[in-house]
Design a protein around this ligand. Structure first.
Ligand SMILES: Nc1ncnc2c1ncn2[C@@H]1O[C@H](COP(=O)(O)OP(=O)(O)OP(=O)(O)O)[C@@H](O)[C@H]1O
Ligand SMILES: [Mg+2]
Length: 283
């Protein structure tokens, strides 16, 4: 009996947070680094389903950089990064689309749907809802910067009760264009801004943003973020993530968090407890 009472208490503890986020859009960037084990993937699906069932509207944007690199290696295609962004040749673009839209996107959609969610997979090419232009073609090839997100496409899907699962690929404007490879973190923040999300959560493979002693920052301001980028405390894959957080909060998203995707149910801890987890980026 005592454990049953504890269960009820736990549910009641979550009540104020359920009230706060009910009917709100929460964008989740599901990092490739957080998609490692089948157990973690199951927990991710359970968390999304629970959020959905209490009335939160989740929108998922996934990454997959490591899987793209593994496939390119297996095919002996050279892969290069400049300032942390992949150089996307036409050949690399084909593989990126194959892995992101063909493999990872469908895997996440199937996983959620096997839990009776109504997940729908798409990339920016569907209904041309994300368009981009080359970041700097001579340097990065088909790596793009987003120019537009058509919010109505996503909002209509959410309104019909679907959970959009988005691969970070954008459409080019000319006919027959192979499309653009977009950094998934920035893709998530642009989508979050466009659809009026209340919160954006980045699930990754560290506790959050760490200092040089590997201790967690529970929150960081934009000034601190710039300073830690400049002195190298924040580097590599964490750079687009903190930039994406700033992009989101400056674009009207109320809250941006970077949390540990390796920790079971970290999304629920962030959403439904007062302590939260990971690092919050604030203005
Ligand atoms: N200050 C920092 N604190 C924590 N991690 C950092 C920091 N600076 C750099 N990193 C690196 O950033 C990595 C997270 O970014 P990464 O791009 O690898 O993952 P992801 O974005 O979750 O996955 P994907 O790119 O596949 O979507 C960490 O594993 C760590 O190596
Ligand atoms: Mg990354």
């Amino acid at each position: 009996m005592q454990t049953k009472i504890e269960t009820v208490k736990t549910l009641l503890d979550a009540l104020p947070f359920i009230k706060e986020f009910r009917k709100e859009i929460v964008v989740i960037k599901y990092g490739g680094s957080a998609q490692t084990s089948p157990q973690l993937k199951e927990k991710f699906a359970e968390d999304i389903l629970l959020m959905y069932l209490v009335g939160i509207k989740p929108v998922i944007i996934h990454g997959g950089g490591k899987k793209i690199t593994d496939m390119l290696d297996a095919l002996s295609i050279e892969t290069k990064f400049i300032e942390g962004q992949r150089v996307t040749t036409k050949e690399v673009m084909r593989i990126a689309e194959m892995i992101l839209s063909g493999e990872i996107n469908k895997e996440i959609v199937s996983l959620l749907n096997s839990h009776s969610a109504k997940a729908i997979g798409m990339s920016g090419k569907d209904a041309h809802f994300i368009t981009a232009k080359a970041k700097e073609f001579t340097k990065w090839g088909l790596t793009g910067n987003i120019t537009d997100v058509k919010a109505d496409v996503i909002c209509n899907l959410i309104g019909e009760g679907f959970i959009p699962v988005i691969a970070p690929i954008a459409a080019g404007s000319e006919m027959g264009h192979p499309g653009f490879n977009i950094n998934a973190d920035l893709c998530a923040s642009y989508v979050a801004k466009a659809i009026g999300a209340n919160k954006i959560i980045f699930l990754t493979d560290t506790e959050g943003v760490l200092n040089s002693e590997k201790e967690l920052f529970s929150s960081l301001t934009s000034t601190q973020v710039e300073a830690f980028k400049a002195d190298g405390t924040i580097y590599g894959g964490m750079v687009p993530k903190v930039d994406a957080c700033l992009e989101a909060i400056n674009g009207g998203v109320a809250k941006a968090h970077i949390i540990d995707g390796r920790l079971e149910h970290s999304m629920l801890l962030e959403l439904f407890t007062s302590e939260g987890v990971g690092t919050e980026i604030v203005k």
